[in-house]
Ligand binder design. Structure first.
Ligand code: QAP
Ligand code: CO
Length: 175
C-alpha cells in the first residue's frame, strides 16, 4: 500500500470520514502504511483522509525531549468521541496537508475521549498539552475541517494569498 499526503486545496480533504466497523487486515495495512508516511514527512499526527481514506482513523506520535520520535509513543485512534473538555490553549499549528503555513489556533486545554484500538478494544484517554491539541486537530480532519478553516476572515485571506504564491514558487522551482 503506497500512500501520499493529499494537500490543500484538494476537495477530498473536505470529506467526512465514516466509522470503522471492521477491525481487519485491511485496517491494519492502512495503519501500518500511514506511520512511515507521517514520520518521513516530519509529522506528529496524521488522519486517514489525508492519505485518501475517509475512515475515522488517526495516528499520533508526540516527540519527547530533544524532539525525538519513538514508535513506542505511537497512538492509533479509531472512532474517537470526546467525552469531556475544559480550558483553552493557543498553539501555532501546522498540517502536513497545508505545508509551510503555521498559525495560532485556540483549542480545549484538556480533553477526555473514548476510542477503539486497531483490534476494536474500547479505550479511554485523558490528554493535555500537545497531545490534546494534536487529537483535536486530527479529529477535525475526520469532519473535513482544516486548521485554516478556523482562521478569522482577514487571516484566511492572508493565508490564501501566501499559499498561492508558495504553490507558484514550487512549480517554477521544479526541474
Ligand atoms: C497536527 O501536524 C498538529 O507545514 C499535526 O512543512 C499540529 O504533523 C498537532 C508539518 C499542531 C499538534 C499541533 C507541517 C511538517 C507537520 C508542515 C503536523 C511541514 C512539515 C505537521
Ligand atoms: Co492536519
Amino acid at each position: 500500500m503506497k500512500l501520499t499526503v493529499i494537500e490543500y486545496p484538494d476537495r477530498k480533504l473536505k470529506e467526512k470520514s465514516i466509522r470503522v466497523e471492521k477491525f481487519d487486515k485491511e485496517l491494519h495495512e492502512l495503519l501500518d502504511a500511514m506511520y512511515p508516511v507521517m514520520i518521513e514527512s516530519n509529522g506528529i499526527g496524521l488522519a486517514a483522509i489525508q492519505v485518501g481514506y475517509a475512515k475515522e482513523v488517526l495516528i499520533l506520535n508526540i516527540p519527547e525531549e530533544g524532539d525525538e520520535q519513538s514508535v513506542e509513543n505511537l497512538i492509533e485512534i479509531i472512532n474517537p468521541i470526546i467525552t469531556q473538555k475544559s480550558g483553552t490553549t493557543v498553539y501555532q499549528e501546522g498540517c502536513l496537508s497545508v505545508p509551510q503555513f503555521y498559525e495560532d489556533i485556540t483549542r480545549y486545554e484538556n480533553i477526555s475521549l473514548n476510542y477503539q484500538d486497531r483490534d476494536g478494544n474500547t479505550k479511554t484517554l485523558e490528554a493535555d498539552g500537545l497531545l490534546s491539541i494534536a487529537i483535536q486537530h486530527e479529529m477535525d480532519h475526520l469532519n473535513g475541517i482544516l486548521f485554516i478553516d478556523k482562521l478569522s476572515y482577514s487571516r484566511r485571506k492572508k493565508f490564501e494569498k501566501e499559499y498561492k504564491r508558495m504553490q507558484k514558487e514550487k512549480k517554477t522551482s521544479r526541474k
